[in-house]
Each structure stands twice: as C-alpha cells, then as structure tokens.
Design a protein around this ligand. Structure first.
Ligand SMILES: Cc1cc2nc3c(=O)[nH]c(=O)nc-3n(C[C@H](O)[C@H](O)[C@H](O)COP(=O)(O)OP(=O)(O)OC[C@H]3O[C@@H](n4cnc5c(N)ncnc54)[C@H](O)[C@@H]3O)c2cc1C
Length: 504
C-alpha cells in the first residue's frame, strides 16, 4: 500500500459537514477513521432550504427512505422556481426542472415552439412542460413507474426542507455508520514542517486532533482553507452584487406551493420556501444599493403570515477560493465559496464536491495531478453556475432602480455574451461540457427575462406550419390533461409523508 489515509477530520457540523460525514462513512472502505468537530457555540448558517433534483441521487446513495427523510425534515416537494417581477415589473415565469415538450430527432421541441411563438400562434413556454404547468395549479405527484410515455413520467422534483433538521438527520446516519463527533471550538491549527500540511487542529481545552486529510466545512470563515492556509479568494461581487440577506420564518397557510418563489425587489429579491411546519423567507440584497433597515422593512411588508422569529442579517461575499483543495485540506460548502441562493445550487455543490473528492480520493502521497483535477473541475462548475445566475440579473428591463440599471449595464464575462448572441440569432443554446444547467433551463431564464430570438432553427421548416401547430398543440393538450388528473401538492404530502407537528 502506498500509505492509505487513515484519519479524516471534518471541521464543521452544518449541512456540508454532515453530508460529507454521511457519504464518506458509507462509501469509503474499512480502515478509515472519520471524526467531525463542531462547536455548539458557533452556530451554523441556519438557511439553505431549497434544493434541485440531484439531491435525490445523494439521498439514494445514502440509502435514505425518501418519505422518512421528508417527515424528519418537514419537507415539501419542489418542481421549480417562480420568478416574479424579474425581467420587468409585472412579469412572471417559472423555471421548472426537467424537459420542455418532446424533443424531435432534427430539432429540440422548443425550436418548433419558437417558430409558432414568433408568428404569435403559440402559448407561453410554461404551457409545454409538466414541471411549469403543475405548479400553476398547486399540483404534484411523483412520476409513475408504469407510464413511460406520459408527460407524468417526465416530472422532475427536488425538495424544500429544514436545513437544521437535515443536518440532524444526517448526523444520526453518520454516527450509526461510525463517525465520531467531537464537540468544542477549534482555536489553533498546527502545520507540519517542510510541506506545510495540516497536522492537527487544537481545541479550546488543549486537545490536539491529528489527521491525514482535513475537510474544511467550517462555513463562510474558511477556518482551515483561508485562515490557516491563506489560499486566497476570487471575489465576484462585481458580477453578482448581492452581498447580504435577511431571513425570517413565518406561519404557513397550509397551501404548500410545490415551488420556490423568487420576487424581485428594488435592489434584490425575496425568497419564499414552503415547508410543512413553517414558511422560510428571506430578502437577498446589495448593501451598495440598499440599507439593511430598508431591506428588512420590504421583507416584513411582504410576508404571507405572522413572523415566527426575529429577522436575521447575514453578510457574504460572492466568489470562491482560489483552490478548493490546498495541500491536505479540501474545502466543502461555504468554506469553499458561495453564490447567492437564487437557483438553490449550494447544497448541490456540496454534493458534487463530495463526489469529486471520492472520485479523486488521495492516499498519503497527495498526488498533485489529482489535486489539480479536483480544482479544475470545481472552478469550472463555479463559473458555469455563476454565468447562469448572472443571466437572471443582466437581462432585465426594469427601470425602477439604480441596482437593476447596474446589472443591465455591467460588463459580463465573454461566456455570457456569447450565449446571449447565440440565442438572439436562431434561438441556439449549447450546454458546455457537463455543466449543471441544461438548455431547457437556459431557455426558460433567457426567454423569461425577456430576451428574444430573432429566428429559429432552419431545419424546423422541413415540416409544414400546420404540422408543427398540430404537434405543439398536442403536447400542450396532453400536458394539461395530465396536470388536471394530478392530486394537489398538499394532498400528496398529507398522504405520503406528513411530518410530525412541531414548533417552527
Ligand atoms: C442567505 C442564504 C440562503 C441560502 N439558501 C440556500 C438554499 O436555498 N439552497 C441551498 O442549496 N443553499 C442555500 N444556502 C447555502 C447553504 O446554507 C449552505 O451551503 C449550507 O448550509 C452549508 O453550510 P456549511 O455547512 O458550509 O456552513 P455552516 O452551516 O456555517 O456550518 C459551519 C460549521 O462549522 C463549525 N465551526 C466553525 N468554526 C468553528 C470552530 N472554530 N471550531 C469548531 N467548529 C467550528 C460551526 O459550529 C458549524 O457547525 C444559502 C446560504 C445563504 C447565506
């Protein structure tokens, strides 16, 4: 053996720490000792409630029963995100997960729709996906196994859940798999002579916890990756100017919308996330354009139920560490970087970082090629998601505030400009490598924000207009009939995974 790693120390017990602990303890072969250090005196970020469908694969990997997970975390189902007032005031569209219409061999469905839309003879895009039509009617069901050709089989879903309860649930899973939790505050770190690898973290009581591999899940402070190793941070605030959020839970009215709502305000946007026991809310804003007092007043004026706690201010800097993996330290979660929660991508990025670490799992030699590959893949993932978020802000027609004018006028990366130019011509969209967001997502955001293609793919003209109209119309009709037959989301949750009543 070329020195198998034995001691793995995870620093931090937020969502990232416990997701990492649960996955490593399930997947690594015997012979590894996994310890997680967290301090009850240092709170977790306490937000992070909306996810994207990839979370299902992660839960499956952990062997979790989905209904049980939902009961334990007060979860609801999520089909997508509704964007209100984003492109312009009064605008409304849903970015649904999953596909749009039925793609053809020659061209994607949306190209046929584009032709009709440009002729003024098609419904809005949202009518052609089960993931965007069902939320409009408050409907939800899991895709049935026995109807492979129905649009119902295309239903793609994620969850809203209580992040604190999710971490608690995964702590139970991890401890049952042998992870040892150490409570206490880390006050110092010791580095090895020569290569400067981390040798131990030092606790407040003087205890030293030695390790071969340290996973920094300490949150925004980046205790090991930044404070100790001074890895450096790439600041993207100029491209994504929101740097603050005020969060507050409120009473749920019980209707359980199967989607996250994002409502644009003058200098940011407000989230609404329905859980079983409460509704999560927050106002993400840029402190350069709005004071915290004003942001809080807007949030409180737009709650749909009585507030259940004092509003809490969170400051952040958008960007990422220059290296997510430095020496024998891998940063996962907020310690690695943060982009605002507009598309619920952070927990997904925790998950992909864990899977990347497993794919490139080191031995004691910590081969630089493995480390470099990890960092290259991480950078690529960050940049593609950053571009997707920028698109929401940059393509807007709002005239009510300097914030939206700034976003429209800001210099965006070439990668974003190229996408806009490609779409504006023939409505072309290309997914880059294995980036997270597929063309259906880019389409929904670009069209939803008001960007218009001048034409459509020339191959579409191989079919007559009547033929295309019949095809596109049939897709709409079938999806509408499916949605009609679906149960309401609230009924479905009550039947499948009702959570115990608890104080919010
Ligand atoms: C406003 C906002 C909204 C968000 N919304 C979403 C969302 O809807 N969807 C989504 O996917 N993500 C969202 N996120 C991101 C999500 O909250 C985080 O990605 C996720 O919770 C992971 O956080 P974490 O575990 O990295 O850090 P934290 O939750 O901050 O955990 C840090 C841990 O480190 C420990 N620690 C720190 N220092 C020490 C020390 N010195 N000694 C011992 N222990 C220490 C703490 O005790 C704690 O356990 C949001 C983030 C913000 C800021």
């Amino acid at each position: 053996m070329n020195g198998q790693l034995e001691d793995i120390v995870i620093v931090g017990g937020g969502t990232a720490g416990w997701m990492t602990a649960a996955a490593l303890s399930r997947l690594l072969p015997a012979g590894h000792r996994i310890r997680l250090v967290e301090s009850d005196a240092i709170s977790t970020i306490g937000v992070g409630e909306a996810t994207i469908p990839s979370i299902r694969a992660f839960n499956h990997l952990l062997g979790l029963d989905e209904n049980e997970f939902m009961r334990q975390t007060q979860a609801t189902f999520k089909l997508g995100i509704e964007f209100r007032n984003w492109g312009g005031e009064g605008d409304n569209y849903i970015h649904g997960f999953g596909q749009i219409g039925r793609d053809q061999v020659l061209a994607k469905f949306y190209q046929y729709w584009l032709k009709l839309y440009q002729l003024g003879e098609a419904d809005d895009l949202g009518a052609y996906s089960i993931n965007t039509l069902a939320p409009r009617h408050g409907k939800f069901m899991r895709p049935p196994d026995d109807m492979p050709n129905s649009p119902l089989a295309d239903i793609a879903y994620a969850f809203h859940f209580d992040a604190g309860l999710y971490a608690k649930f995964l702590r139970g899973v991890s401890e049952a798999q042998g992870v040892k939790r150490i409570e206490g505050r880390i006050v110092n770190t010791e580095l090895r002579g020569g290569d400067g690898f981390i040798e131990a973290v030092v606790m407040e009581n003087g205890e030293k916890i030695k390790g071969d591999l340290f996973i920094d899940c300490s949150g925004l402070s980046g205790l090991l990756i930044e404070k100790t190793l001074q890895t450096g941070f790439e600041d993207w605030s100029a491209l994504l100017p929101a740097d603050s959020a005020i969060a507050v839970p409120c009473v749920s009215d019980g209707s359980l919308a199967p989607y996250t709502r994002s409502t644009a305000h003058r200098s940011g946007w407000q989230w609404r996330i329905p859980l079983q026991h409460r509704t999560g809310n927050g106002h993400v804003f840029s402190s350069k354009f709005m004071s915290a007092d004003e942001a809080q007043a807007i949030l409180m004026a737009n709650l749909e139920g009585e507030a259940l706690a004092e509003p809490r201010l969170i400051r952040f800097t958008t960007g990422k560490r220059k290296k997510a993996w430095n020496r024998n330290c891998v940063a996962i979660g907020l310690a690695g970087g943060f982009m605002e929660p507009l598309e619920s991508t952070s927990i997904h990025m925790v998950q992909t970082a864990i899977m990347r670490l497993i794919a490139l799992f080191p031995d004691r030699s910590f081969r630089q090629a493995d480390v470099d590959m990890f960092n290259a893949q991480s950078d690529d993932e960050y940049e593609r998601i950053r571009d997707f978020l920028i698109m929401h802000y940059h393509v807007n027609r709002r005239t009510d505030s300097p914030f939206w004018t700034y976003c429209r006028d800001m210099a965006v990366p070439d990668s974003v400009r190229e996408r806009i130019a490609l779409y504006q011509g023939h409505g072309r969209i290309f997914r880059k490598g294995d980036e997270l967001f597929a063309d259906a997502s880019w389409l929904q955001i670009m069209h939803g924000q008001g960007l218009r293609a001048q034409s459509y793919h020339p191959l579409v003209d191989q079919r007559s207009k009547d033929d295309i109209a019949a095809f596109v119309g049939a897709v709409h009709k079938t999806i509408a009939a499916c949605v009609e037959a679906m149960p309401s989301h609230a009924e479905y949750v009550a039947a499948m995974c009702p959570a115990p009543k608890m104080a919010a």
